[in-house]
Structures are given as structure tokens and as C-alpha cells.
Design a protein around this ligand. Structure first.
Ligand code: NAG
Ligand code: NAG
Ligand code: NAG
Ligand code: NAG
Ligand code: NAG
Ligand code: NAG
Ligand code: NAG
Ligand code: NAG
Ligand code: NAG
Ligand code: NAG
Ligand code: NAG
Ligand code: NAG
Length: 592
């Protein structure tokens, strides 16, 4: 029903704004998106914290790596209690990252290189240092109802709601003599989205950045946007949780139905803007940790919900069938004609190479070979791992600080946010500061971009071979998808057109050699050629793959390409043409 509503809206728009045109519809369909955590990417002014100029100086990295779009974790003005996820001015850049001019330069340079820039929109709350909140405390005019305020029960908070960061979700304010809701840190008061003025403010924010020229948004923590029944307790979930939050069933504070219409209203803003200004279509990616059904629903409201199932549902111990189920359940659930996406890591989760020791390449291959959008978290392209030995004194993440000295390590997201490892020199080439905001991983002398570019085989070489294949192979762009498991241990993913087949084979076994016969799956195809092999596999690019007898060592994965027996691949056709041309030339010469 809502899908059709969205379409009716689009047709109306097409009629009323006939002068405009949305260009490059679905430009993201086969794009590799890359998440930059700006504090940790590149430091241009040697204060130990990454910045916008640093990113601008490194944009070529994305061109050589085959990345098409970059999303920046928040760069807005912020007291940095939650490193930019606590915003005090939605329309400015924080000093630590640079100036608005720096951002404009970044956009200009990115556009010149053909790269798209996506910003992080953090609508779930503001900083308590935002002037809206200060005015709201004073009940000044329209600001009175910008946040969720409620009376306490005597000296107690209004109800039992809990913060994701631990403890009550309510904080008392003595000036207003009321409690405000904060689903995260107490310095992050939740906005009141039932208030049309608040929705209008967010619309203005979106338009502000669209006018600067951004290509879309990644929207943070969407399921937490609406709350209801402010005076009622949430029921207990029966789960014992040291950090409390999971001990309640969040029926009033997450996944409220209004959320979907709010997302749709943002889609309208993006489309209207693109029509009126004759620009490329704008993308909207949604961060929603919810049930599959509730997550998928966002597709019907003009957005792409991130697919986190490789993060939440797979571990190092999962066998091939778990992976098959993750892939198939997503592909089956998404509405017809919508574009799948695969996320392997982000700034909140342990790094892929740490979650899947020795199998990082397999995860990159999955993201790149499966249809749709592939998302890379910075550092994944070189196989960066978590820095697990950050001390309590060095700890920065508020979630870890809130957990206290005893428990900080199990909560901390610092291990996944350490500076990018560019080369083997001081501070891994990230900064010339004497101290970086988080320590550099001690493995930077081996795991870094420069070294990996020169090695015969490296995670970066695997990454580049995969993006190159994505950008050249029609089977990966438009081909059909089949997924299956052989002998419990081996997963294959087949992408096929009538002209070409690309196959990913992963052996999940830690000790058993795999033997595979794919002649029946690839009927009518000739033997294949390895395009990419995981690091340490001893298999090489261009090596032949005999379809009836593929041998694959434990923990190894390969991607190979095959062509139909009847049809010659384009290269042969090309060389045939050259031969014919040469022959004709010879004949003509002889004839003369
Ligand atoms: C929109 O831009 C495209 C490409 O720049 C151009 O071909 C087209 O004529 C423009 N349309 C309008 C209505 O300005
Ligand atoms: C992206 O996919 C959508 C839906 O299948 C399609 O309408 C659109 O034309 C595609 N765009 C590109 C650039 O592939
Ligand atoms: C709120 O009221 C107090 C006391 O009247 C005043 O000092 C303060 O400046 C006001 N804050 C704002 C943001 O207007
Ligand atoms: C949210 O704002 C609306 C005004 O638009 C107001 O009626 C409502 O009481 C506010 N909700 C809370 C919990 O403050
Ligand atoms: C919670 O609020 C909704 C409206 O937002 C209402 O329909 C529902 O009945 C309330 N639930 C309870 C248990 O009071
Ligand atoms: C993920 O795991 C949960 C809990 O085990 C399960 O209920 C759900 O079906 C799984 N989802 C997918 C997409 O695999
Ligand atoms: C990351 O892994 C460590 C163990 O290596 C674990 O204690 C911690 O809880 C994990 N962190 C997150 C955010 O999942
Ligand atoms: C690093 O420390 C040295 C010695 O204290 C000092 O001379 C230098 O200016 C510092 N460098 C930076 C970038 O702060
Ligand atoms: C550091 O690199 C070495 C060599 O590649 C590896 O054996 C070791 O496990 C790495 N350390 C961590 C913490 O990943
Ligand atoms: C790297 O590859 C080249 C050419 O294939 C080969 O000669 C060389 O021995 C290889 N180096 C290593 C360290 O494997
Ligand atoms: C594989 O073949 C391609 C083109 O035929 C070539 O560019 C590439 O260098 C070869 N790779 C290896 C490792 O020999
Ligand atoms: C899902 C989630 O927690 N998203 C973000 C919402 O805001 C908090 C607090 O700022 C962030 O830490 C989260 O990443």
C-alpha cells in the first residue's frame, strides 16, 4: 500500500515539476560505498585527530580502489561526548575537522574525481549544548516542546525506561523541574518527532546539505526516533543483561509506526530537490537494528536499510549453511526490483578481520560478488584488525567509560576506530602528532596500504581485484544469483548471464580439503580461470579451474570466471577480429 503511495507521489511530482529531471536513477545499484570515520582517516594539521583536509588529500585512494561513494560519519559541530553523534549545530562543521570551506573543497575535489559524498544524518537526538535544548529548558516559545519532557513520580523518573548506554533513560533538569528523555548519553536529549516544528528543522538540515551538493544521507539509529506512552513502564524481557538495556522489551521506544512515514517524508525532500535542481537521484541509507521484517519495510519508504546480518548472525564458527540462510532470507524478503546490500563492519562492531580470523578475504568476496551495494568500513580493504590492548587511561568511547574500569573492554568501540594504516613510518602515516587520539595498531608495519600495494598477494590486492571485476563483469552487475552448500563446508555463489559466469567458492572447514564438481551447475561452460584467491591460498590469478575437479584447501576462497563453450569471450572475439583484419590486409597486399 505504501509503496504505491510513494509511486503516486512520484507521478504527481513528475506532472507538477515537469521542468526538472532526476538524473542517474539508482546510480548506487552496483556501487561500493566506503565508510570513513573522520577522526581516524587522515590528519592534515598534526593535532592527532583526522580531518576534512586529510580526507581531501587522500581521495585518490578511492579512485584506485574502485570505490564509488564515501559516507562520512558525523562532521557537525559537537561537544564530542559521543564523537560527533551528539550534535550542537546541524549546519556547521566542527573545528576539529576543519571549516565549511574545507568541506566545500572536499566536495569539489570528490566530484572532479567522480566520487559521491554521503553525510551521516543523526536525527535521534541533539547535544544538550544545542541552543534548541537551552531554549527548551526555559520553555521559550516553540522550543518548549522540541524534546521529550515529562513529570517525575515524586523524586523518581517518569517510568522504567533505560538508556542504551546503561541506567535510566531520564535525566532531571532542575530549571524546568521536569525530566527529559535520552535513549543514549545524558548529554544527548531525544528530539520530539511528533512535533511538526522539529520535523521542519530536520527538513531544513537536509536541504542545507543538499544545497552544498551532497549525494544523499545515511540516517542514524532510525528505530529510536519515536516514542509513545510516556508515562508507562516497558515490560521486562526476561533477558538478564549486565548493561540493563536488553532487560526490557522496548515496545514504546523503538520501531514505532510513525518512523516509516518520517523516512518517506525525507525521501520526498530528496526527490523534490533532485527534480527542481536537475541533479542525480539522492540516496538514503538507513541504520536500523530491527527484525528482518521491520528492517526490510524501509525499502517501501524510498530508502535502503543496511543489511547487518553478516555482522549479527554469522560468526567464525558458522558453517556454510548459515551464510546461505543469511543471503537467501534477505534476497527473498526484499521487494521485487529493489537493490540488496551487504555490510561487513562499522564503527560500532568488532572488525571483520577480527571476527573472522584468517577469513577476512572471504567476507570481502561475499560483499563484492553478491548483487547490489557493497559497503566497506575503513581499513577493511587492508585487513585491519581490532586493537584489543587499549588501556583504560587511553579509552575514549563514552560507552566504555560508562561501563567502568572493570568492564570497559567488553563494551569499548575504540578497538575498531584506531587510525588508518597508510604506511610503515611514524604513526602509520596518519599524523605527525606526538600522540594520536587513539593509539595506532602495533601491526601497522606489516598491515598497511603501501606495503600491501607492493606485495604479490595481500588483502588490498584481493580488494582491488574484486572491485575491478565488479566494474567490468556484466555477470556481477546483471547476472542471476544462485547460492548453495556442498558437503556442509563449501558455499558457492554463482552469478551468471548467457555470456559469462562468475563463481565464488568458500571452504569454511578449518582443516578439510574440499573437492567440488560444478559441471552440473555450469552446464555449457568451459573451464574457468581464477580471478581472485584469498591470501595464503597458494592459488594464483589466471590459473585454470577444471569444473569437474575443483580442489579447494581449508579456509580458502576463490572467485573464478567462466565462459560458455559455444560462445567465445570478448577477448577472443577481439583477437579473432585482429587476425581477420591482418589476413585481409595481407590478402589485399598480396593481391596488389
Ligand atoms: C538536466 O540535465 C541534463 C544533463 O545535464 C540535460 O541533458 C537536461 O537537458 C537537463 N534538463 C533540464 C530540464 O534542464
Ligand atoms: C537500479 O535499479 C533500479 C531498480 O531495479 C532501476 O530502476 C534503475 O534503472 C537501476 N539503475 C542503474 C543505474 O542501474
Ligand atoms: C534561560 O533562562 C535563564 C534565567 O532566566 C537565563 O539566564 C538564560 O540565559 C536563558 N537561556 C536562554 C538560552 O535563553
Ligand atoms: C511533542 O510536541 C507536541 C507539540 O507539537 C506536544 O503536543 C507534545 O506534548 C510533545 N511531546 C512531549 C512528550 O513533550
Ligand atoms: C500506547 O499509545 C498508543 C497511541 O500512541 C495507544 O494506541 C495505545 O493504546 C497505548 N498503549 C497502552 C498500553 O496504553
Ligand atoms: C538471525 O538470527 C536470529 C536469532 O538467532 C534469527 O531469529 C533470525 O532468523 C536470523 N536472521 C537471518 C536473516 O538469518
Ligand atoms: C569485541 O570483541 C571483544 C573480544 O575480542 C569482546 O569482548 C567485545 O565485546 C566485542 N565488542 C563488540 C562491540 O562487539
Ligand atoms: C613533539 O614533541 C617535540 C618535543 O617535545 C616537539 O618539539 C614537537 O614540536 C612536537 N611535535 C608536534 C607535532 O606537536
Ligand atoms: C599482527 O600481525 C602478525 C603477522 O601478520 C599476526 O601473526 C598477528 O596475529 C597480528 N596481530 C594481531 C593482533 O592481529
Ligand atoms: C612475486 O611475483 C613475481 C612475479 O610473478 C615473482 O618473480 C616473485 O618471486 C614473487 N615474489 C614473492 C615474494 O613471492
Ligand atoms: C592475469 O592475466 C591478466 C590479463 O590476461 C594480466 O593482466 C595479469 O597480470 C595476470 N596475472 C598474473 C598474476 O599473472
Ligand atoms: C543504533 C545507534 O545506537 N545509533 C546511534 C544513535 O546515537 C547514539 C548516541 O549518539 C550513537 O552512539 C549511535 O551510533
Amino acid at each position: 500500500m505504501f509503496k504505491s503511495r510513494y509511486h503516486i507521489f512520484l507521478s504527481l511530482l513528475a506532472v507538477t515539476l515537469i521542468s526538472g529531471e532526476i538524473l542517474d536513477r539508482g546510480w548506487w545499484n552496483h556501487t561500493v560505498f566506503y565508510q570513513i570515520y573522520p577522526r581516524s582517516f587522515m590528519d592534515s594539521d598534526d593535532d592527532g585527530v583526522g580531518d576534512l583536509k586529510g580526507i581531501t588529500n587522500k581521495l585518490e585512494h578511492f579512485v584506485t580502489s574502485g570505490v564509488g561513494a564515501i559516507w562520512l560519519s558525523p562532521i557537525n559541530r559537537s561537544p564530542m561526548v559521543d564523537f560527533g553523534y551528539d550534535i550542537s549545530d546541524f549546519k556547521d562543521v566542527d573545528k576539529i575537522f576543519g571549516t565549511m570551506t574545507d568541506f566545500e573543497n572536499l566536495l569539489t575535489r570528490a566530484k572532479a574525481l567522480g566520487l559521491r559524498i554521503i553525510l551521516d544524518l543523526v536525527p535521534n537526538h541533539t547535544s544538550d549544548e544545542h541552543y534548541w535544548f537551552k531554549e527548551s529548558i526555559n520553555r521559550t516559545g516553540k522550543y518548549e516542546h522540541y524534546y521529550i519532557w515529562a513529570d517525575g513520580k515524586g523524586k523518581l523518573p517518569p517510568n522504567n525506561w533505560l538508556s542504551v548506554f546503561g541506567g535510566s533513560a531520564w535525566e532531571y533538569n532542575s530549571i524546568r523541574n521536569q525530566w527529559y528523555l535520552h535513549q543514549f548519553h545524558k548529554k544527548q536529549p531525544d528530539l520530539n518527532y511528533t512535533n511538526p516544528e522539529v520535523q521542519e528543522e530536520m527538513k531544513e538540515t537536509i536541504l542545507y546539505w543538499l544545497r552544498k551538493g551532497v549525494d544523499g544521507f545515511r540516517v542514524d539509529a532510525v528505530p529510536h526516533l519515536f516514542e509513545t506512552n510516556y508515562t508507562l513502564d516497558e515490560p521486562t524481557s526476561g533477558i538478564e543483561d549486565d548493561y540493563e538495556y536488553d532487560s526490557l522489551n522496548h515496545i514504546f521506544t523503538t520501531d514505532q509506526p510513525e518512523t516509516y512515514n518520517l523516512v518517506l517524508s525525507w525521501r520526498k525532500i530528496l526527490d523534490e530537490y533532485a527534480y527542481q535542481h536537475n541533479t542525480s537521484e539522492k540516496v538514503m541509507l538507513i541504520e536500523a537494528y530491527a527484525t528482518l521484517e521491520n528492517t526490510i519495510k524501509y525499502y517501501n519508504y524510498g530508502s535502503i536499510p543496511f543489511n547487518f546480518y553478516f555482522i549479527t548472525n554469522a560468526t567464525d564458527a558458522s558453517d556454510a549453511s548459515v551464510f546461505k540462510d543469511i543471503i537467501e532470507s534477505w534476497m527473498k524478503a526484499i521487494p521485487k526490483g529493489s537493490i540488496a546490500n551487504w555490510v561487513m563492519g562499522n564503527h560500532d562492531r568488532n572488525r571483520t578481520a577480527s571476527r573472522f580470523p584468517g577469513m577476512a578475504d572471504q567476507m570481502t568476496m561475499l560483499a563484492m560478488i553478491l548483487p547490489g551495494v557493497a559497503v566497506t568500513y575503513y581499513g577493511e580493504e587492508i585487513g585491519m584488525v581490532d586493537k584489543t590492548d587499549i588501556t583504560w587511561e587511553e579509552t575514549q568511547d563514552p560507552l566504555a567509560c560508562n561501563a567502568g574500569r572493570e568492564k570497559y573492554q567488553s563494551r569499548s568501540r575504540d578497538p575498531v576506530r584506531t587510525p588508518f594504516q597508510w604506511h610503515f613510518q611514524r604513526n602509520a602515516g596518519f599524523s605527525n602528532a606526538n600522540k594520536t587520539w587513539l593509539p595506532i595498531h602495533e601491526n601497522y608495519t606489516i598491515t598497511n596500504l603501501i606495503v600491501e600495494q607492493y606485495q604479490n598477494e595481500s588483502h588490498y590486492k584481493v580488494y582491488r581485484a574484486l572491485t575491478t571485476l565488479r566494474n567490468t563483469s556484466d555477470a556481477l552487475k546483471f547476472g542471476s544469483l544462485s547460492v548453495d552448500v556442498i558437503n556442509n563446508n563449501i558455499l558457492y555463489i554463482l552469478r551468471k548471464t548467457s555470456e559469462e559466469a562468475v563463481t565464488l567458492l568458500i571452504n569454511f572447514s578449518k582443516d578439510k580439503q574440499g573437492k567440488v564438481d560444478l559441471t552440473r551447475v555450469l552446464t555449457g561452460f568451459k573451464n574457468g580461470v581464477i580471478k581472485v584467491a584469498s591470501v595464503g591460498s597458494k592459488l594464483r590469478q589466471n590459473q585454470t579451474v577444471e569444473l569437474n575437479n575443483i580442489s579447494i584447501p581449508p579456509k580458502v576462497s576463490i572467485v573464478f570466471q567462466a565462459y560458455p563453450s559455444s560462445k567465445a569471450p570478448a577477448e577472443y572475439v577481439a583477437s579473432l577480429q585482429t587476425i581477420i583484419l591482418a589476413l585481409s590486409f595481407l590478402i589485399i597486399t598480396l593481391y596488389k
